[in-house]
Design a protein around this ligand. Structure first.
Ligand SMILES: [Zn+2]
Length: 278
């Protein structure tokens, strides 16, 4: 096999709290299952938030409304259990027609402020296609866009959706890191172990209403090995990283606040200078 250049930085932060936001039941297991398994093994408390109900995920139009949603949520909970994740939330928006509305953003701000994650993982909202044979699902883009908009600026601003603070007592929360998956702009990789890839395959295997995961093993192992080679470890998963550490002029105020609760790992190098817009 040709030697691959190590072109991905290792992201070794182990967050105290992690939040994964995806469009459909099963997306989270393609996007982040092995990483969640790895983090949970190291002490992370993880939440998986599925924005739609998954009720459009079949060609069979005779299935009664709501039935597939019920089945898929049960599959998602069973899948998450393989990763050690017991906090699975479904926001219940209709599958197939998700838009990045203020209502969706408010719902995600609520989740972010409740979970108070150090790392949020979601789907790249800019990706309209992956290759000749795969147009990206618009729900994936909408869920990713709404998540980014919830993280910044609405979750951190007490004056955004003021009813969340006033009525639900949800204090603003600043997310430190965002990892975008299903992207062609990967710049970091999260190391995982073989047991985490096994957990991912068990998780994928639970989505029986959607696909047969029996054939997926080879691809999962091979891809993780290829990504691992790009960052100098055996196995890894690729993402695009955003480090939302405060910019220089915000740093004085931020120093008075406690930093994110990170359990371990080396933090990535300090961010490049950023603007202070918005
Ligand atoms: Zn999906």
């Amino acid at each position: 096999m040709p030697e691959t250049a190590a072109d991905l930085e290792r992201f070794t932060v182990v967050p105290a709290r992690a939040l994964v936001v995806v469009a459909h039941p099963d997306d989270g297991d393609f996007l982040a299952a092995s990483v969640l398994a790895a983090w949970v093994r190291q002490g992370t408390r993880a939440t998986l938030c599925v924005v739609t109900d998954g009720d459009a995920g079949s060609d069979d139009v005779t299935i009664p409304a709501g039935e597939l949603a019920r089945v898929r949520l049960a599959e998602q909970r069973a899948a998450a259990a393989h990763l050690g994740v017991d906090d699975v939330r479904c926001l219940g928006y209709p599958d197939g027609i998700l838009e990045n509305t203020l209502d969706v953003r408010r719902a995600l701000v609520r989740v972010v402020r409740q979970v108070r994650p150090d790392v949020v993982v979601t789907m790249d909202p800019t990706r309209h296609w992956l290759d000749r044979g795969y147009l990206n699902h618009p729900d994936h883009r909408a869920a990713g866009a709404a998540t980014l908009d919830a993280v910044f600026p609405s979750a951190r601003d007490g004056r955004a959706f003021p009813e969340l603070l006033r009525k639900e007592h949800l204090e603003p929360h600043k997310v430190r890191y965002v990892l975008l998956g299903a992207t062609d702009g990967d710049d970091v990789a999260v190391p995982v172990a073989g047991v985490d890839l096994e957990a991912k395959l068990h998780a994928l295997g639970e989505h029986r209403s959607q696909f047969d995961a029996g054939e997926m093993g080879t691809g999962v192992w091979q891809r993780a090995r290829e990504v691992g080679a790009r960052c100098g470890v055996e196995f890894a998963e690729p993402y695009r990283l955003f480090d939302l550490a405060p910019g220089p002029s915000q740093r004085v105020a931020a120093e008075a606040e406690p930093g994110p609760a990170i359990l371990g790992g080396e933090p990535p190098p300090p961010p490049l200078p950023t603007t202070d817009w918005g």
